[in-house]
Design a protein around this ligand. Structure first.
Ligand code: LLP
Length: 442
């Protein structure tokens, strides 16, 4: 069975009667006119469809926690959608916890994770009743125990471990290999467990947590990850008599940025995970654990596109043709950071057979601000609307105000309706946190 992460475009994308691209029943050219560009557009149907595919894919297994990795893209509206779909939230900062809380997420079903959580952030998680905290290191074990104690609570924790698996993704987004800044090395787990048992009486160890990497296409890697974690759980049971009931496998399922990308479906991933959990639990004589997963990109990536307006262009004599758009590395740093490749179409002329090789440049003051290197598109003119697919994950969430350019707005489309979910910044917003010390005032 296919799933929505295997499509380059949001599932409602089509060419409408005006000859323009349309998503969620909304004409992209009209959206650009109404809200301005750059504009992030999110298709609610694609988000809900993939969320339901995840639920269906794991429905045969008795105990599952589906957590959305908020870092991929989080706003209060997105929290509402995924909360309605029954998801909890994987959160990595006070800001993410606060957003989830303000939007009414079920924090009991959620998890706080990260390699250097602050006192204030841990305190906030404990006070607001975040269900699980994934403890990353020895420093945090002590800190969290103190916080739990002063709140007179016993906090359920997972230990974040590095299973020692390398996946074939960009090195910046690998996380499960041994030389990683995240989590306990497997050789450090015993020391951590002993501290919890002997000293940290306000911590209740319920399971293990790992995340191998992101934009993963190999399914076998999940099988291996489960095997390593379950073997470790069996070892802990044998040595300390502790029954660990939770196994959190992180996120990582890839999406299709270009036609060449062939990510597995949600169903292929879930069956690898479930098979491995069943086989290894029986092999090591453990009760079936509760499986948690934390997909981010595969939930939100495909649903989002970015609209840009074409502006200037430059033909290098005997060289490339550059066409510049009104956004770039500040609203999508992924091409310059990870050499990520995207697919674009012209929203106001999707039917024209492609005919020109162009490099799409951003508007920011860096030579490296290139959104797509040499792609074939219809001849572009100033005013054309370019639609970049698959910008839903790690686009807005990694955006900046580089060059003091305003962050774009984001709209949610569904059934021919469009609603703002993040306002466009204004120049007033931009200077709102600036302070001129009295001695510099004019
Ligand atoms: N869980 C943990 C512990 C993680 O560290 C991550 C992502 C996820 C879940 C979600 O992974 P996903 O399902 O989205 O692959 N900025 C990079 C991606 C960094 C991912 C970091 N961790 C990018 O734009 O490709």
């Amino acid at each position: 069975m296919n799933s929505a992460n295997q499509s380059v475009k949001p599932i409602t994308t089509k060419i409408n009667e005006n000859g323009n691209l349309e998503i969620g029943g909304c004409d992209l050219v009209k959206l650009a006119e109404k809200y301005g560009t750059p504009l992030y557009v999110f298709d609610e149907e694609t988000i809900r469809t993939i969320a339901r595919e995840y639920k269906k894919a794991f429905s045969s297994y008795p105990k599952v926690g589906l957590l959305y990795a908020s870092k991929a893209f989080m706003t209060k509206a997105i929290v509402r959608i995924l909360d309605e779909e029954g998801f909890g939230f994987d959160m990595v900062s006070g800001g993410e916890i606060y957003t989830a809380y303000k939007a009414g997420a079920d924090l009991k079903k959620s998890l706080f994770n990260g390699n250097n959580k602050s006192f204030d952030e841990l305190q906030m998680a404990v006070e607001l009743g975040v269900g699980l905290i994934s403890v990353d290191n020895f420093f945090e074990l002590a800190l969290l125990n103190d916080i739990a104690k002063s709140n007179e609570k016993k906090v359920d924790i997972l230990l974040r471990v590095t299973p020692g698996i390398e996946c074939h993704t960009h090195e910046y987004i690998q996380t499960g290999h041994l030389d990683s800044k995240f989590g306990f090395d497997l050789t450090q787990v015993d020391d951590a467990v002993e501290l919890i048992v002997d000293e940290y009486k306000n911590l209740n160890l319920v399971g293990l947590h790992a995340h191998i990497g992101s934009q993963i296409f190999e399914t076998s890697i999940y099988y291996d990850e489960v095997e390593i974690l379950i073997k470790e759980m069996a070892r802990i049971k044998e040595k300390y008599g502790i029954d660990l009931t939770h196994i959190n496998l992180g996120g990582g399922l890839g999406i299709k940025y270009t036609e060449e990308d062939v990510p597995p479906s949600v169903f292929e991933i879930s069956s690898k995970i479930i098979d491995s959990v069943k086989e290894n639990s029986s092999k090591y004589n453990l009760e079936l654990p509760e499986i948690h997963i934390e997909p981010g990109r595969s939930i939100i990536g495909t649903s989002g596109v970015t609209l840009y307006t074409v502006g200037s262009s430059k033909q290098v004599p005997n060289g490339k043709k550059y066409v510049a758009v009104d956004g770039g590395m500040a609203d999508n740093p992924r091409p310059s950071l990870y050499q990520a490749v995207y697919t674009a179409e012209v929203a106001n002329k999707p039917n024209i057979v492609s005919q020109e090789k162009v490099t799409i440049a951003g508007r920011f003051c860096e030579s490296g601000d290139i959104l797509i290197q040499e792609t074939i598109l219809p001849e572009l003119e100033a005013g054309d609307i370019l639609c970049f697919y698959d910008t839903g994950a790690y686009g807005y969430s990694m955006s900046s105000n580089y060059n003091r350019v305003l962050k774009p707005a984001a709209v949610l489309v569904n059934n021919s309706q469009s609603d703002i979910i993040i306002d466009r910044e204004s120049y007033e917003h931009l200077v709102s946190l600036d302070v001129i010390p009295d001695r510099l005032k004019k």
